[in-house]
Design a protein around this ligand. Structure first.
Ligand SMILES: Cc1cc2nc3c(=O)[nH]c(=O)nc-3n(C[C@H](O)[C@H](O)[C@H](O)COP(=O)(O)O)c2cc1C
Length: 176
C-alpha cells in the first residue's frame, strides 16, 4: 500500500513557485532564501528564486504562485520593482497567487507603504493576493512578512512561516 502511494506521489508534478526580488545589499535576498526554505517544507512544490534581472520567463509563466521581495526605498517599494511591474506585460501573472515581503532599516521607515504598493500592482495584474493575514493565528502577517534591521531574527522566523503558509495556500488552490 505504501509503495503504491509513493509511486502515485512521484507521478504528481511538482507545482512551480517563483520568488522574485530586488536586493542591492543582500538583506532581501537573504529573506527570499528563508521564504524559499519555508515553502519547501510543503510537499510537491518546486521553488526557484530570481533576482529581477535574471528571471526565467518559462518558469515564471508556469508558476502557480509568485512571491515578490522588495527593500523599502523612501517609504515605498524600490524603483527597480516598480519598473519591473511597468514592463512586465509579457508575463502572464493573472490568476496566480501573489504575495509580498519587504526589508527595511527602521520600524518607522515606511515598509507598510512598500508592501501595499506591491499589493496594488499584484491586484492590477489580476493576481490573487494572499498574506495569511490574521487568518492563520499567530504570528499575524498583516500585509506581508517584514524583516527590519535590528529585528532580523524575528523577520527570519516570520519569513519562514510566511513561506510555508503561502506554499500551503497555493497547494490548496492549485495542487493536483
Ligand atoms: C535608496 C535607499 C532608500 C532607502 N529608504 C529607506 C526607507 O525609506 N525606509 C527604511 O526603513 N529603509 C530604507 N532603506 C534601507 C533599505 O530598505 C534596507 O537596507 C533594505 O534591507 C535593503 O535591502 P537589500 O539589502 O536587499 O538591498 C533605503 C535604502 C536605500 C539604498
Amino acid at each position: 500500500m505504501l509503495g503504491i502511494c509513493k509511486e502515485r506521489s512521484e507521478l504528481v508534478k511538482a507545482m512551480k513557485i517563483s520568488i522574485l526580488y530586488f536586493s542591492q545589499t543582500g538583506n532581501t535576498q537573504r529573506m527570499a532564501d528563508i521564504v524559499k526554505t519555508g515553502m519547501e517544507t510543503v510537499p510537491n512544490v518546486e521553488v526557484r528564486m530570481f533576482p529581477l534581472d535574471a528571471v526565467d520567463d518559462d518558469f515564471l509563466n508556469e508558476s502557480k504562485a509568485v512571491i515578490f521581495g522588495t527593500p523599502t526605498y523612501f517609504a515605498n517599494t524600490c524603483w527597480q520593482l516598480k519598473k519591473w511591474f511597468d514592463e512586465s506585460h509579457n508575463y502572464n501573472l493573472g490568476g496566480k497567487l501573489g504575495a509580498v515581503f519587504a526589508t527595511a532599516n527602521g520600524l518607522q521607515g515606511g515598509f507598510h507603504t512598500a508592501l501595499s504598493t506591491v499589493i496594488d500592482h499584484l491586484i492590477t495584474k489580476g493576481m490573487l493576493v494572499y498574506s495569511s493575514g490574521t487568518g492563520c493565528g499567530r504570528p499575524y502577517i498583516h500585509l506581508g512578512a517584514v524583516a527590519v534591521k535590528g529585528h532580523y531574527e524575528q523577520g527570519e522566523s516570520l519569513c519562514y512561516i510566511f513561506g510555508q503558509r503561502i506554499a500551503q495556500k497555493a497547494s490548496e488552490l492549485f495542487g493536483e
